[in-house]
Design a protein around this ligand. Structure first.
Ligand code: ATP
Length: 361
């Protein structure tokens, strides 16, 4: 059955030129973004880029040094965590070990002065919603990692916050569970129409769960976009390299005709969507599956190369290929027999997807 939505509508989250300094360290540097109501937006980036600090500033667990934070259009910049109507699921779950599952989830309303019976009722409703009915009397130590995580989610949901925050929610789960839990989180978010900000350093996880991704690098936003947009149209080398695998190849933009650019890579000429690059030297981000290999010597329109290494991975074969323009990482799908190392290959490119001109910085 489809769970019932919250009584309050989901709220937007807006950052306007928000900066956070810790002494001499600028953890977040004049960052602006909007999370529309009912969307799951991921803050993605390498360790130290400022994503956790950003999340904690939404929660009110850190105060902005400057700038403005709005939730549902309300300026919350100077409000404490308790006054923001936001809940966070912590990486460690932060469950109280001496309390039962039910008491853990009822804790929030109890602290707010809701009578015990009602607080338990609210907690039961959320435990049921999240598929934990029957486990309410157990201690957290009597639950699996995945179940503990659900308790943490139920506890974050019990007051029906306008915004739900997740800080690396999968990091304490084994690889097999991760995929299921991330799907559960996405399903819950969509069925309840929740506004969610989600922190991860794992690009695959971000691509899988998000409506939009905010890629951060060095305290700033490197690019914001839908998963497919970031993968197909990276705005800079950082994003091209961080989201998925990319061969960064030097090319020459020869001419532009309307929306199409003619780009030369070695002796190969490609027609690509024109994106913000002036003529002359350009960088291209080429996805490993946008490179085609044909056994044999190259004729016009293909680069000459040779397979250096082939790894058979079942659904795909991964190749390291030597070529006249340098080494390339190539992935070929379909259960083909791998091409043996040393074999000469003709290298060509798929141009309708997977090859992007990186705009000038
Ligand atoms: P990680 O994935 O490792 O948690 P992150 O992207 O979440 O990294 P933040 O934790 O937001 O990064 O940290 C951003 C920068 O701010 C880092 O350089 C970090 O060392 C610094 N920083 C974070 N919290 C504090 C603090 N309380 N005091 C001083 N510096 C801090």
């Amino acid at each position: 059955a489809r769970p019932t939505a919250f009584k309050k509508p989901a709220a937007s989250v807006e950052f306007r030129n928000v900066t956070k300094r810790y002494g001499a360290v600028t953890a977040v540097d004049s960052v602006s973004f909007t999370i529309p109501p009912g969307q799951l937006v991921t803050l993605l980036g390498p360790s130290g880029c400022g994503k956790t600090t950003t999340l904690r500033m939404i929660a009110g667990l850190e105060m902005a040094s400057s700038g403005q934070i709005l939730i549902g259009g309300r300026d919350v910049t100077n409000l404490s965590a308790a006054d923001r109507d936001v809940s966070m699921v912590f990486q460690s779950y932060a469950l109280f070990p001496h309390m039962s599952v039910l008491e853990n989830v009822a804790y929030g309303p109890s602290v707010q002065g809701v009578p015990k019976k009602d607080a338990y009722g609210m907690a039961m409703e959320k435990l049921e919603l999240i598929g934990l009915k029957g486990l309410e009397k157990r201690a957290p130590s009597e639950l699996s990692g995945g179940q503990q995580q659900r308790v943490a989610v139920a506890r974050a949901l019990v007051l029906e916050p306008q915004v739900l925050l997740f800080d690396e929610p999968l990091s304490n789960l084994d690889a097999k569970l991760r995929r299921r839990v991330r799907e559960d989180i996405r399903e819950l978010q969509q069925s309840l129409n929740l506004t969610v900000a989600y922190v991860t350093h794992d690009q695959e996880e971000a691509l899988a769960v998000s409506d939009h991704i905010i890629v951060m690098s060095n305290a700033r936003i490197a690019q914001t976009g839908a998963p497919r947009e970031l993968y197909e149209e990276p705005a800079n080398l950082f994003v091209a390299d961080f989201i998925g695998d990319a061969n960064i190849i030097s090319g020459e933009l020869v001419s532009v005709a309307g929306p199409t650019a003619q780009v030369r890579i070695g002796n190969v000429s490609l027609q690509l969507p024109h994106r913000g690059a002036s003529q002359g030297a350009v960088k291209l981000a080429v996805r490993p599956d946008a490179i085609l290999l044909d056994e044999g010597t190259a004729s016009t329109g293909a680069l000459a190369g040779a397979v250096r290494k082939a790894s058979y991975l079942g659904t795909q074969v991964e190749y390291d290929v030597e070529s006249s323009i340098g080494d390339l990482f190539v992935v070929q799908f379909g259960r083909k027999e791998p091409v043996a190392p040393g074999t000469p290959v003709a290298i060509s490119f798929v141009t309708n997807r997977g090859v992007a001109i990186i705009p000038d910085a």
